[in-house]
Design a protein around this ligand. Structure first.
Ligand code: SAM
Ligand code: DTB
Ligand code: SF4
Length: 322
């Protein structure tokens, strides 16, 4: 059976129309696109570690690590290189294939801390893992040095659509984010860039975000789709919970718009049923965060993820393009 082809979405309005399609038609179409471009249903597994927690001067309304909010997170200095490498080894032995180091910095600055991060990247790479870091904004020289140290991916999210952005972040511009993404690209690293759903945005803002991501040239290699993890003490602590179908829709539309990207079902998986996660995988999600913790909040337990993968017959390994 063939479905009527979906025209390549070119405008935010078209993306919004895709998001509004009947759910099962949308999932069917996305699954079709997925299977055309990826040769199996394997799921890539990234593990996160917060290497520098809290004390961030930015005011991101969702974040546990901003000094603008009083949250339960206690600031901690940059971790020691050896401790990070010990965590990376555990992650690798637990089945992760990519290790992502996150720092609550507004931007990278030169000095001993950056030198330590470069050493962490070299060490993680030497363990045979793919390397990823998310350190805030960076300039061309930082990007070049990270790439030389062996950094494969740089994560920097657009977070939400342009029309909603000012509600969420006041201390930097949308275009600052886009600039950093260009700098990452120019240094030859792969881009990991996505956003968060469930921050009070409407479908139009979600369409803007997905359209913006798909319009990056080339689109990001990894697209994390996060559902807000509400954090006590932040302005979004009482945000209305996202309906799981909206997450499935966003995953499906990301898959249709960015057929060759890894679409990662990211933060918020603990709140999703196994059935909802299965529908996300069918709709084209082919990456998750594994391990007990995200950055400052819990993730599903590794044993429950292993059980889900076993039930669905999903292999936790590097999948490849068709
Ligand atoms: N400071 C760096 C930055 O903002 O780019 C790196 C770390 S920051 C915590 C990485 C990303 O995690 C954010 O851009 C955001 O998309 C996501 N994130 C942070 N807190 C979250 C939350 N409570 N729920 C869902 N996603 C979150
Ligand atoms: C991304 O898009 N999600 C990750 C990673 N990139 C850095 C972070 C999720 C953080 C969730 C809230 C926390 O644990 O603090
Ligand atoms: Fe800082 Fe990143 Fe949190 Fe924003 S999301 S407050 S930049 S750590």
């Amino acid at each position: 059976m063939t479905l009527a082809p979906v025209p390549l979405a070119r405008s935010t309005e078209e993306v919004e129309a895709l998001l509004a399609r009947p759910l099962l038609d949308l999932v069917f179409e996305a699954a079709h696109v997925h299977r055309e471009h990826w040769k199996d249903s394997s799921v890539q597994c990234s593990q996160l570690l917060s290497i520098k927690t809290g004390g961030c001067p930015e005011d991101c309304a969702y974040c546990s690590q901003s000094t603008h909010h009083r949250t339960p997170v206690e600031p901690e200095p940059l971790s020691a290189v050896d401790d990070v490498l010990a965590e990376a080894r555990l992650a690798r032995d637990g089945g992760a294939d990519r290790f992502c180091m996150g720092a609550a910095w507004r931007e990278v600055t030169n000095g001993p801390e950056f030198e330590s991060v470069l050493e962490m990247v070299r060490g993680v790479k030497a363990l045979g893992l793919e390397t990823c870091a998310t350190l805030g904004m960076l300039d061309g020289d930082h990007a070049r040095r990270l790439a030389e140290a062996g950094l494969d991916f740089y994560n920097h999210n657009l977070d939400t659509g342009r029309s909603h952005y000012a509600e969420i972040v006041g201390t930097r511009d949308y275009d600052d984010r886009i600039e950093t993404l260009k700098t990452v690209r120019a240094a030859g690293m792969a881009v990991c860039c996505g956003g968060i759903l469930g921050m009070g945005e409407d479908r139009h803002a979600r369409a803007e975000l997905l359209h913006e991501l798909a319009s990056l040239d080339p689109p990001p290699e990894s697209v994390p789709i996060n559902a807000l993890v509400p954090i006590e003490g932040t302005p979004l602590q009482e945000a209305a919970a996202l309906d799981w179908t909206e997450l499935v829709r966003a995953v499906a539309v990301a898959r249709i718009l960015m057929p060759l990207s890894r679409v990662r079902l990211s933060a918020g998986r603990r709140e999703l049923s196994e059935e909802a996660q299965a529908l996300c995988f069918l709709a084209g999600a082919n990456s998750i965060f594994v391990g007990d913790e995200l950055l400052t909040t819990p993730n599903p337990e590794p044993k429950s993820d292993a059980a889900l993968f076993a039930k669905l017959g999903i292999a936790a390994e590097r999948g490849s393009h068709a």
